[in-house]
Design a protein around this ligand. Sequence first.
Ligand code: UDP
Length: 329
Amino acid sequence: MNVLVTGGAGYIGSVCVEELINQGHSVVVIDNLQEGHREAVLFEAVLYEGDFGDKKLLKEIFEAYKIEAVIHFAAETTVEFSMTDPQKYFINNIVNGITLLEVMKDYGCKRFIFSSTAATFGEPEYTPIDESHIQKPINAYGESKLMFEKILDWHHIAYGLKFNAFRYFNAAGASAKLGEDHRHESHLIPIVLKTAYNVRLDKAVRGLKVFGRDYPTTDGTCVRDYIHVVDLARAHILALDNLNSHPNSKYNMGNGKGFSVLQVIEISKKVTGVDVPYEFAEKRPGDPAILVASSDKFRKETGWSPLYPDLEIIVKTAWEWHSKYPDGY
Ligand code: UDP
């Protein structure tokens, strides 16, 4: 299949491109390289550097390639910044997304896989969170993604768009070639591993900050559900076929098991051999205590199951990548 991947130079997008290529698909990537890296796009894919909301560029791509499906990763994604500059999130995640859907409609492309987020749920009322859980986002990032999920519903009803939306919980880990390299790193596992790497080099390191110690969890730190990036990527490719039997479905994607921040630090110690220094700090605004997904719906409907459900393996793959590319791409 000819697949257009927006944000295909980013963390999850680039691994998805790798899986698509491994499975014999032809891939065109559009990425403005604001967060993504040119080096993360495998040479077998065609890379267009630009905005996915640029109608002229999109038309050029749709004219040049017979695009049969779009996997849409590109977005503004940092919760913290979404609270100080929400307009940017609404413009990129909604307005530009509508332009993309419009061009798809003009060219008769009806297959769409969307990167949504656990942040569409807000403060959980129960865990694990399944698809029937109420969606009440507590930040503008989650709100923008939820709005776009609703836009997809209407495109399905009115124009016959077939879509699957994935609410990611915490993507982590790496493939052999591709890993996590954000320009502004805010995620726990890469921060822990960077700290471990620097401790090993005897660099003077500042301990990592553990945000909050009195959450209602077993050890007082936040609990998250970590899913291997390759398992997520595989899910997107399964979804391309799943569109035929489930043309308007939304799925929560995680491993169904939660780990606290302190447990992640402990597992990282086992993997790296480094006792990572940390200190407790203020809670981070907008962090729910526990976020664990039920992915039963996607498992049942597609037969998907994670190849790497074990957090130690997930951290190990991230560590191997980080040790190979300590300065990122
Ligand atoms: N976290 C932390 N210190 C850090 C980064 C993250 O204690 O330097 C915590 C954060 O508060 C959350 C968990 O680790 O409870 C996972 O955070 P991350 O940013 O990786 O993912 P999120 O769950 O926010 O999507």
